[in-house]
Design a binder for this molecule. Structure first.
Ligand code: AMP
Ligand code: GLY
Length: 425
């Protein structure tokens, strides 16, 4: 089958590599891709939400499957765009309908969904410009800290954890009255702070049945010891030691099963990945957020541990035969260390020459994130540049191998964390 994968990050390189290893893979195109995806297939210079161009490309290249890597195209309705177009409707899109993508696209939608289906999550209220005064009063009687969330997509920046009432009210005002996150903060969810340790759990679904993929934990802060600014992710590990059988049974019974049953009961079309951003509060799982796609950098540890043929799983989703599949995970531990550009997540320079990327082995691969090829050279092209993933008998060995390679790869201004998975080693 011919595949079009949408995106250009480390997640997309990991997905591209995994799909390219399948005997079912015909031609693999990645739009727009990076220097790493170009080693797995053919990059196409096309934006992930440029639906008209995507349509023409799919028809010209006999595409059999479209795989959106990030939420952008999904929240913009690529699934529905294909289904409503007579020329395209035979081409499956591995992702939810626009409505299903609202689980990620609107925090208020996700909260209501969880409320309807009894899924454990932080207590909350939502407010808008009309209920502004009520919101301020709600904040002032709320316990501290208080979590404020812009309803819509805000490039990962729409969540503020306020530790004082002054800060909470000021943030609330900026979000609603000064459109701090544009339309995304027209509605604000105010919720209870949950203290615990987070993890990412992934399922693949056809909207009725599901299979659970290996879980992971990502590290969002720029600095070691989880200090400093939030980033798109500085590394990840899989498995997550505290996600033992007893905990994962609770996750499945209290969260995954009711989520998929809820989608099915409400007739929400959902094919593809569900990312459950969870927090473990004293042994009990709660949902922090849903995402309608895989995580980045979690994909860079999950895909290397997934033994199944990913295209076989996608075909099972399309055929509604996911229940017949079994997920096989590599017993080994995986650790990803992200190499980023100096200055990230604030201003940083691009176009630095990258050298010293080792060839992949059975135990290690370097996924490209913000890179581009120019002639014979690979140049930095983003904040997050490369993701070094190693597999080993245990987490500390996997991390040590990734750190060793992170030292060997070179580009000016390279920054990385040496303590990914520190709680577990
Ligand atoms: P989100 O954009 O929903 O993933 O939120 C960003 C981050 O804010 C999460 O990864 C958590 O670390 C934190 N967070 C969000 N909601 C809560 C909550 N209710 N309690 C504690 N931390 C939270
Ligand atoms: N690593 C978190 C995310 O992909 O949203």
């Amino acid at each position: 089958m011919n595949i079009l994968l949408l995106g250009s990050g480390g997640r997309e390189h990991a997905l591209a590599l995994k799909m390219s290893q399948s005997t079912l893979c015909g031609q693999l195109f990645i739009a727009p891709g990076n220097a790493g995806t170009a080693q797995c297939g053919q990059n196409v210079n096309m934006g992930v939400s440029d639906f008209d161009k995507i349509k023409a490309f799919c028809l010209d290249n006999a595409i059999d499957l479209v795989v959106p890597g990030s939420e952008e195209a999904l929240v913009n309705g690529i699934y529905d765009f294909f289904k409503k177009d007579a020329a395209l409707q035979h081409i499956p899109v591995m992702g939810p309908s626009q409505e299903g993508a609202q689980l990620e696209g609107s925090k208020a939608y996700a909260k209501l969904f969880m409320e309807r289906h009894g899924i454990p999550t932080a207590a909350y209220r939502e407010f808008n410009v009309h209920s502004y005064d009520e919101g301020v009063a709600y904040l002032q009687q709320h316990s501290l800290p208080i979590v404020l969330k812009a309803d819509g997509l805000a490039a990962g920046k729409g969540v503020v954890i306020a530790t004082t009432y002054e800060e909470a009210v000021e943030e609330f005002e900026q979000m609603i009255k000064s459109a701090k996150f544009g339309d995304a903060s027209k509605v604000v969810v105010i919720e209870e702070f949950l203290a615990g340790i987070e993890l990412s759990v992934f399922a693949i679904t056809d909207g009725h049945t599901y299979q659970i993929l290996p879980e992971a934990k990502d590290y969002k802060r720029i600095g070691e010891g989880d200090q400093g600014l939030n980033t798109g992710g500085m590394g990840a590990v899989s498995p997550v030691p505290f996600a033992d059988q007893a905990f994962m049974e609770k996750v499945e019974e209290q969260i995954i099963r009711p989520t998929i049953a809820g989608l099915s009961a409400e007739g929400i079309i959902y094919n593809g990945f569900v990312f459950f951003g969870l927090i473990n509060v004293g042994g009990e799982p709660f949902v922090i957020e849903y995402n309608c796609r895989m995580g980045d950098p979690e994909t860079e540890v999950v895909m290397p541990r997934l033994k199944n043929d990913l295209l076989e799983l996608f075909n099972a989703v399309i055929a509604g035969q996911l229940a017949e599949q079994t997920i096989y995970a590599d017993e080994r531990a995986a650790a990803t260390v992200m190499l980023v550009s100096k200055g990230y997540p604030e201003a940083y320079n691009k176009n630095k020459v990258i050298t010293g990327i080792p060839a992949p082995t059975r135990d290690q691969m370097v996924f490209h994130a913000g890179t581009r090829q120019e002639g014979n050279e690979v140049l930095t092209n983003g904040g997050r540049v490369l993701a070094v993933t190693s597999l080993a008998a245990n987490l500390s060995m996997a991390l040590a191998h990734s750190v060793q390679t992170a030292e060997q790869v070179n580009f000016e201004g390279k920054v990385y964390r040496r303590d990914i998975g520190y709680e577990f080693v």
